[in-house]
Structures are given as structure tokens and as C-alpha cells.
Ligand binder design. Structure first.
Ligand SMILES: NC(=O)C1=CN([C@@H]2O[C@H](COP(=O)(O)OP(=O)(O)OC[C@H]3O[C@@H](n4cnc5c(N)ncnc54)[C@H](OP(=O)(O)O)[C@@H]3O)[C@@H](O)[C@H]2O)C=CC1
Ligand SMILES: CCCCCCCCCCCCCCCC(=O)[C@@H](N)CO
Length: 325
């Protein structure tokens, strides 16, 4: 009896407390708060969808906002929409993220950035077999090289900023950047690339008090998604429906909550939280409570992940046999 009591006590009280304490002391980088009020928030792809919602949110929270995209008409419309809703004037910059010189000019003109949100992105859901190689290259160029161009252009001034406050570089990835999905061969490759970029970059910029975040939205109601849906394979829709869709405003809210708390990984919905625990890997984790959940739930989340794979391969199999029959 006393023995049973002792093992219960060890297992459910001593062990969790010891683990929590251990995690609390070893976690690096340490937790940080990154204010965005009165600071310069620069959003790529800020003229539409998630980027536009991020611009609205930042303006509402009192940031100085700059947005960058290609189409001057969409930029103008975005500026007017934010002005109308918040009374705040955002600065607009017309550039293609693939063009380093254009990006550099925009960033220099905008002035030192405190929070750089790399949200621009292109996506075509299509089997690789049906996709031109030029479209694959386009996806990688915009989604990956575009981020390199922006970071190379913005980092020197971010490092030299005068205020002692922490700064942020945040990437808008996708849940398709946490797990590979039918129809997203090129897109998933581009979004997975951002994770390696972000993990390595965090090592290099931590000494400058710059903190990296990765945002992982599910399907989000935007003009980009409406366009994508026009030719999306049925299987992509079925598999992506494993995660519930969101509104751009909700994603923007989650994104800034995560950026302000310095989170490295920022999930947006409940399925995204599960996905983040299942794919924690060797990414930094600043919250000792989340680290605790990741450690305790690792085994069970692996089982959950394998169950999802089971249902996805089942859908793929059914779809193929239907086409044959
Ligand atoms: N909507 C969704 O379901 C999801 C989206 N995401 C990611 O969120 C981000 C935003 O997506 P969403 O809001 O849906 O997309 P939209 O297509 O609605 O908006 C994309 C924005 O990026 C800009 N952009 C595109 N290409 C370039 C370029 N070469 N140079 C500069 N700016 C560019 C666009 O402006 P312009 O065309 O004028 O250049 C526009 O402002 C993307 O990175 C996407 O991968 C992630 C998960 C889900
Ligand atoms: C172990 C726990 C697992 C939890 C559930 C996993 C669910 C995965 C669903 C992935 C959905 C991918 C949507 C991509 C959206 C996107 O980026 C495109 N719309 C392009 O914009």
C-alpha cells in the first residue's frame, strides 16, 4: 500500500516537477517579448489575403506599417482599405521579391525594420507530373529565394538598429511545410525549405537580439486560395480537409500573438498545435510548458501521425481504384 502510494507520487508528482524544472533551466533561446507598438513592421505580400490581414492587425496595434508586393493597383487598394478601417497610412513598395536590386531599394527607402514578416508566396496545387518545371522553379524562386533576397537586404540595418528592443524575422510557411501532401510537391518543398532556413538563421542572429518565427496556417480564405481551388486535385482537397480552414484575420491574430511572444513555431488552429507537437524535431522551444507537452506527448503524437497517414493512403488507394473501375 505504502509502496503503491510512493510510486504514484513519484510518477505523477516528482517526475513531472523534475522534468518541468529541468526544462525551465535548459531551454535556449530564453523567452522574450517583442513589442510591435510604435515599431516598424514590414510585410511582404501585404496587399492581399493573409498579408493584408497582417497589415490591418499591425496598424490596429499601433505599428508603423510597410507592405511590399508586385501589383501597384493591389498595393493602392490595400493602402486605402487599411486607411479606411484604421485611419493609418501604410507605406507601399512595389517590387518583385525575386529581384534583389528592387527589394534592396524598397528596404533602404522604408528605413530600418523591427519586425520583418516574410508572407509573400505563390502556390499551385497540381501533381508534379502535370506541372511544368518552369512552374516548380517559379515556386522555389518566389517562396525561397525571395526570402533570401529580403533577409539579405534587410538584415544589416536590423542589426544596426539603435533601440535595445528585440527584433523579429517571421516566415509565413504552411501546414504543407510540416507534412508533405499530394499535389504540393513543389509547394511543400518550398515551405519545408523555410524551416531549415529559419532554424539556421536563428543561430546566426540571436546575438543581435533578433528572433525568428515560423507561422504554419491551414487552408485560409484568401484570393490566393480561391485561385488555387480552381484547379486543385480532389485528393489535395480531401487530405487538406484534415485541418479546419481559417479566416485571414484569425491567422493574422495568431501570427502576431506568436511573434510578440517570440515563439519559434507558431501553429494557428488545434490541428496545427497537434502537428507542431508531432513535428517538434530539433526546433528551438522557448516555452517550458510547451516543451513539457512535446516530451510527454511525443509517443502518442507519433501514433496519431501514423493514423493520419493511414487515412490519407487509404483515400489515395480508393481514388485510384475508383478511376480504374
Ligand atoms: N491561403 C492559404 O490557404 C494559405 C496560405 N499560406 C501562405 O500564406 C502566404 C500568403 O498567402 P495568401 O494570402 O493566401 O496569398 P494571396 O495570393 O492572397 O496573396 C499573396 C501576396 O503575395 C504577393 N506576392 C506574390 N508573389 C510575389 C512576388 N514575386 N514578389 C512580391 N510579392 C509577391 C502578392 O501580391 P502581387 O501578386 O501583387 O505580387 C500578394 O500580396 C503565402 O506564403 C502562402 O503560401 C499558408 C497556408 C495556407
Ligand atoms: C499528428 C497530428 C496531425 C494533425 C492533423 C494534420 C493535418 C494536416 C493538414 C495539412 C493541410 C495543409 C494545408 C495547406 C494550405 C496551403 O498552404 C495551401 N492552401 C496553399 O495556400
Amino acid at each position: 500500500m505504502a509502496d503503491a502510494y510512493f510510486s504514484f507520487f513519484t510518477l505523477f508528482i516528482i517526475f513531472p516537477l523534475a522534468l518541468l524544472t529541468f526544462l525551465y533551466f535548459i531551454l535556449r533561446p530564453r523567452p522574450v517579448r517583442i513589442p510591435i507598438k510604435n515599431r516598424h513592421v514590414f510585410i511582404t505580400g501585404g496587399s492581399s489575403g493573409i498579408g493584408l490581414a497582417l497589415a490591418h492587425r499591425a496598424a490596429t496595434e499601433g505599428s508603423r506599417v510597410s507592405i511590399l508586393a508586385r501589383s501597384p493597383t493591389k498595393l493602392e487598394e490595400a493602402r486605402n482599405a487599411v486607411k479606411l478601417a484604421t485611419g493609418i497610412e501604410v507605406a507601399v513598395f512595389e517590387a518583385d521579391v525575386r529581384d534583389y536590386d528592387a527589394v534592396k531599394r524598397a528596404v533602404d527607402e522604408a528605413g530600418p525594420i523591427d519586425v520583418l514578416v516574410l508572407n509573400h508566396g505563390v502556390f499551385t496545387a497540381l501533381e508534379l507530373e502535370k506541372m511544368e518545371l518552369s512552374e516548380v522553379k517559379f515556386t522555389m524562386d518566389v517562396n525561397v529565394i525571395g526570402c533570401f533576397n529580403m533577409i539579405k537586404a534587410a538584415l544589416p540595418a536590423m542589426k544596426n538598429r539603435k533601440d535595445p528592443l528585440p527584433a523579429s524575422i517571421a516566415f509565413v510557411s504552411s501546414q504543407a511545410g510540416q507534412v508533405g501532401i499530394y499535389g504540393y510537391v513543389a509547394y511543400s518543398a518550398s515551405k519545408f525549405a523555410l524551416r531549415g532556413l529559419a532554424e539556421a538563421l536563428q543561430h546566426e542572429v540571436i546575438a543581435d537580439n533578433i528572433h525568428v518565427s515560423l507561422i504554419f496556417p491551414p487552408d485560409t480564405d484568401t484570393p490566393g486560395l480561391a485561385e488555387e481551388n480552381k484547379r486543385k486535385p480532389e485528393l489535395t482537397k480531401i487530405i487538406a480537409a484534415s485541418s479546419s480552414a481559417m479566416k485571414a484575420e484569425e491567422v493574422a491574430q495568431k501570427a502576431f500573438d506568436g511573434i510578440k511572444s517570440g515563439s519559434f513555431i507558431i501553429p494557428c488552429n488545434l490541428e496545427g498545435l497537434a502537428l507542431s507537437v508531432a513535428t517538434a524535431g530539433l526546433s528551438p522551444q522557448r516555452s517550458f510548458l510547451m516543451a513539457f507537452v512535446e516530451v510527454i506527448a511525443a509517443g502518442i503524437m507519433r501514433i496519431a501521425g501514423l493514423c493520419f497517414q493511414w487515412t490519407w493512403y487509404d483515400s489515395i488507394e480508393k481514388w485510384h481504384s475508383q478511376r480504374k473501375g
